[in-house]
Structures are given as C-alpha cells and as structure tokens.
Design a protein. Structure first.
Length: 357
C-alpha cells in the first residue's frame, strides 16, 4: 500500500475540489490507502516527470500535466468531461445517481463558467462558485484551509443525495415488501389525490414518497410510537380543513373527550382544538400533525389504519360547490339542532352532534 499524495493547483476550483472529494471517499478500490492521502499544491509540473511517473511514485495529479485526471488533454472543444468526470469514470462511479448533481456542477462551472445560473447577486455571491472565488482572494496562500472549508460542504451534499437516491428507495422497497406501505386515492375538486400510508420512524421518508419517484400528493406516516402525521405535497395545494374536522371528531369519540366548541367549523380552524392535544392543523405547512417529528408529550392517536383511511377519503372529498374554507359563524337560528347530543353545559359530548359532510 502506497502513501498517496493528491496534487492540486493552488487556486481551488469546484472541479478540483470535487475531484479531491471523490478520490478520498471512493478511491480505495483503485488506490488502496488513498483515503488517508496527504495533499500538496503545485503551480506547475516537475520538468523531468510525467503524471504517469509521478503516480508510480505515489502522486496523483489533478487538472495538471495533461495526465489521466486533467481534462485539458481532451482539447479546447471539450464541453462534456471535467477533471472530476475523469476521476469518476476511472473509479467506475460516474453513473451513481447520488453523484450526478455534483458532477454536473463541476462540469458546468469549469467548462462553461456557469456554476451558478441565477442572475440574482445574492445567489451568485453565496453559490459554491462565488464562495470559492472569495476564499481564493481572501486566503490565497492557504489552499489547504479552503479545502477544509469546502470538503465538508460537498460531503453534506453527498450524504443527502445518497439518502435521496439510495437509502430511501431501498427503505421504501423494504417497507413495501413487508406490507407497511399502503396506497389509495381520494377525490378532491374533481381530481384524484394519491395517498400513501407508511409505517416508519424515518422523517425523511415522507419527502421521498412525495417526490417523483413515488408521486404521492399526501403522505400519512405512522411512527413506532403510534403517532401519525399527514404531510402534503405543497405544490398540490390540498384542502385539509374537512379532514382535520373529521379526524378530531373521531379522536374525541375514541378518547372520550368532550370537545369545547360551539360550532362544527371551529374544528377546521388552524392550530389545536382546546381539550384535544392530539392534533395540530398547520395551514402554513399544510399538514395535520399528531406530534410532528418530535411529539414531546403529545399523546399518540388511537385511530386505526382503517379509520384513518376512511376518514381521509371522507375528509379530502370536497366538491367544487362545497365551501373550501372554514365558514363564517352561522346565525343561531340557522344552526342545526344538537339537543339530543349536547351535555348540560352546552358542549359537544365525545364529538357527537357535528354533522360530517
């Protein structure tokens, strides 16, 4: 096993930083021991040595000397392969889905000068290309410090991409095979809403299920603690107010709770209903939460999957001629009579007395 040294040009670029990251994190199969490699910064190659000879001596040269990891050897017309692409191809990782974005960023930045496409000055200043430019100007004599800043950012991006394209799809397939994923549809405003129910403690799973990979409009996720959360696809702009009302009514019935409301529409209002801590209707995030990611003392729902599925189908079923927001207070003489279901203090008993549309 050699003691490897990775050689970079002193001015750190997106492409060379990505190349360095790939070699350190994925290069062991081709270069055993490279994960522990040191780094040196050269402005030019030694006159008497080629990149091939240097590699035999334990030096891997990036973007210099027209070697295997220098895209300049491909000619001035090359717009397809940056040096990081050449590294990825040699390591046989160029087709990994979790590396495609960072490879494309490196290519676009180095070969087209378009690392940040936005014309907004803030976007350009705080994009990776802009940050690297500023760092190179601020500490030109300390490229190793620049690497120490940039590499954790690339690693953080890779970890998230790996979750999205590798770990979460694998988890979804496992849950599906175990019968812990269920799908159904419900109508709303003339369209079918795709609903996916999942049993998992992974808070990132809901995002994957709403992505193009699965395409759910609404995710219902039950944790091992029994807590259940409804998370919508924001772009779909679903109406959850009726669902919030129905879920709260069912929860109150199963828990023996007297709801402290005078009107049925009060159960559709944002926030939490007094006396029923189980559910929080968040209209900003367009979610219905039974404790969210961290329940912190919120009791888990007592509703079964069958009850949740039925309530969801009812709650999403809103026609165009129905009100789509909580109604204004109804005049007393026009309110329905709840004489058979009211308690003596005038509150609804266990959720009864509210008509479910």
């Amino acid at each position: 096993m050699k003691n490897w040294t990775i050689v970079l040009f002193p001015k750190i670029q997106v492409d060379t930083a990505v190349s360095y990251f790939l070699l350190k994190h994925f290069g062991e199969s081709k270069f055993p021991g490279i994960s522990e490699a040191s780094v040196e910064f050269w402005s030019e190659m030694p006159a008497d040595k080629t990149p091939q000879v240097l590699e035999e001596d334990g030096y891997i040269v990036i973007d210099l000397g027209l070697g295997r990891f220098d895209h300049h050897r491909l000619g001035p017309e090359n717009r397809k392969h940056s040096s990081s692409h050449l590294v990825a191809q040699h390591l046989e990782i160029d087709d990994r889905p979790d590396l495609q974005r960072v490879l494309e960023l490196a290519r676009r930045d180095d070969l087209e000068g378009r690392g940040t496409l936005s014309a907004d000055p803030i976007d350009r200043a705080f994009g990776l290309s802009g940050l690297l430019t500023n760092l190179n100007k601020s500490i030109p004599d300390a490229p190793h410090k620049i690497l120490e800043i940039i590499i954790p950012m690339l690693a953080g991006h890779y970890l998230e991409e790996n979750r999205r394209y590798v770990q979460l799809p694998a988890e979804y397939r496992t849950l599906l095979a175990a019968g812990k994923i269920k799908e159904f549809t419900a109508p709303q405003l003339g369209h079918q809403v795709k609903v996916v129910y999942a049993e998992s403690d992974n808070p990132a799973l809901a995002g994957y299920i709403r992505s193009r990979a699965v395409g759910a409009d609404l995710v219902i996720q039950r944790a091992s603690t029994g807590h259940v959360n409804f998370i919508t696809k924001q772009a779909r702009r679903l109406y959850l107010h009726k669902l919030a009302r129905i879920i709260k009514l069912l929860e109150a019935q199963k828990s023996g709770i007297v709801l402290n409301v005078d009107r049925e529409n009060d159960l559709e209002l944002p926030g939490r209903t007094e006396g029923l801590p189980h559910w929080y209707y968040d209209t900003r995030a367009n979610t219905l939460q039974n404790g969210g990611v961290q329940p912190q003392g919120i009791p888990a729902t007592k509703l079964s999957y069958q009850e949740i599925e039925q309530a969801t189908k009812q709650g999403l079923n809103i026609e165009r001629d129905m009100p789509i927001r909580p109604a204004r207070p109804t005049h007393p003489r026009n309110r329905p009579s709840f004489s058979n279901d009211r308690t003596r203090d005038g509150k609804f008993d266990r959720g009864r007395g509210v008509e479910v549309l």
